[in-house]
Design a protein around this ligand. Sequence first.
Ligand code: GLC
Length: 637
Amino acid sequence: MVRKYVFGEPIETEAVIQNVENCTGPLTHLSQTTGKDGCPSFSCKLADEDIVYGLGEAPRGINKRGHIYESFNSDDPYHTEEKRSLYGSHNFLVISGSRHFGLFVDCGAQVTFDICYTDIDTLTIRPSVPDLKLYIIDGDSDIDIVRQFRRLIGKSYTAPFWAFGFQQSRWSYYTADDVRKVVKGYRENNIPLDAVYLDIDYMEAYKDFTVSSERFPDFEKFVSEMRSDGIHLVPIIDAGVKIEDGYDVYEEGKEKGFFCKRKDGTDFVAGVWPGRIHFPDFLSSDARRWFGDKYKTLIDAGIDGFWNDMNEPAMFYTEEGIQDAVDYLKDFDFSCNDSNKFFELGGRVGGLANRRKDYAAMYHNIDGKTVCHEKVHNLFGFNMTRAAAEAFERIAPDKKILLFSRSSYIGMHRYGGIWTGDNQSWWSHILLNIKMMPSLNMCGFLYTGADLGGFGTNCTEDLLLRWLAFGIFTPLMRNHSALGTRDQECYRFKHTDWFRGIIELRYRLIPYLYDEYIKACENDDMLFKPLGFEFPDDEMARRTEDQLFVGSSIMTAPIYEQNAAGRYVYLPEEMLFVRFKGSSACHREVLKKGIHYITASLDEVPLFIRKGRSLTLYSPASSTEKLTRTEPETFSF
Ligand code: GLC
């Protein structure tokens, strides 16, 4: 049962697609107070046994208790424990324990979730504006609440089959020959591969919808050359449009008034990769249609996959920000006999990116109404991706196109997937990847995954192997790394055969994974479930944060610590433990309910099959188009 409460005059976010009557009765489960600023806040006491699930893309655990989170889409590459925001805002929670209910705060502005941080027993939610919708969902179980919520927000985007193949990315493969070398590296080492990503350097001067003719001569021919080798090229599209006379996207956007504005009505300017840019006003339906149609140039060249980036939107600087810093420096006492002043200086000069002051100075035109960006900040990336997806329906209605975004809000899950942004080559980020998957699934983001091997800092062979051993279960299985980091393609390391084995196992799993993924999309279900969702009466299962069910038949228990020979695993029921060496099963054993220590070396993958269920693997292939459901091997007991 879903109740909707409306506060003030909310700006429509389009997260919810079902019509729910406004409830005029008292709030259930939560108590409400109103602050001096006119904003409501909602709170409730939690019992010791209550788990708080949700918040999609957020730091910390599957159980969100013990931290304060802020939904404010942020371009921040340091996903450390103290952080409160990442790239997406997914304001959905399930409280599970002494009572069961879900809640969704539908609001495009910042919302703070103080989950037992200020008071260890209290959940408090503070929206930053007085206008919002609050949905309260009662249900019989965690999954029942999730399903009701998912019906409310509509079906998840379904990615094409090939997008379950292994994908290789790097910032950047600069030329067509660089890409050819990567494909050759994989093909010569017989490591399966389906896609190579084109990061910002494929463009001319970082101008969206251009391709450097010098570095990628005859792009269309190159795309088809890659396709004939089973490879899809996936170019990046950034939110900012370069300000450059004669550049058609800029000229058109300016002439038609499709860019975000300053208060005085002039086009808002920020600095991102291309230098000075304007942001298309994705909150305006006309601007969305216009920008979306631009993807046609690349689709016409044979492209069938895109990643939308920098759409929080990320701002490295604004002229106003630089001016503020310069003004500050004018009066600065350079003898600086004050350490506090010295640190303040660092903040003023180093803190020019993503300033709240700049977001507050940007305006949208929503159906003729001028709206300050701060009020709809979290909807920007959502609407960029929606612009693309809606255009794909017009441009290529019969083509299934891969689309995912960095920034998002609930509702965007109908248009595309997300990747979890700029993580690091840290062991702790394998664990973060594991913990985020079920939370994302709860919010409808099913086509998702992290940068495997880690984006920032240098990856090691063992880290990549262990991360891939989990990545073989995530729909988006992409190795990506940042400019200046060590080469991270699988064939660059010593044991190419180990990588081959693990990635071949992924290809053997794809038929199962894709079927389970489509089922989850159709049935408003989750592909990744915490153990507690299936074993709600088992306290040990409810507290397990590093094992997940993947679809209906299997459980994964990844190894995420360096130099570990294995790990402890909790089995909430009897299961069949299968250890794979590469893509072949090398050990099978029925293990009783309880705690077990299982071992797996770097070239091995542990897998658990649930009692009474079965997993069928087929033969691997060099790419998804060569996958056939032959040589079935079924695991069950
Ligand atoms: C951002 C993206 C990253 C990309 C880089 C350059 O940091 O998150 O994936 O490689 O920009 O485009």
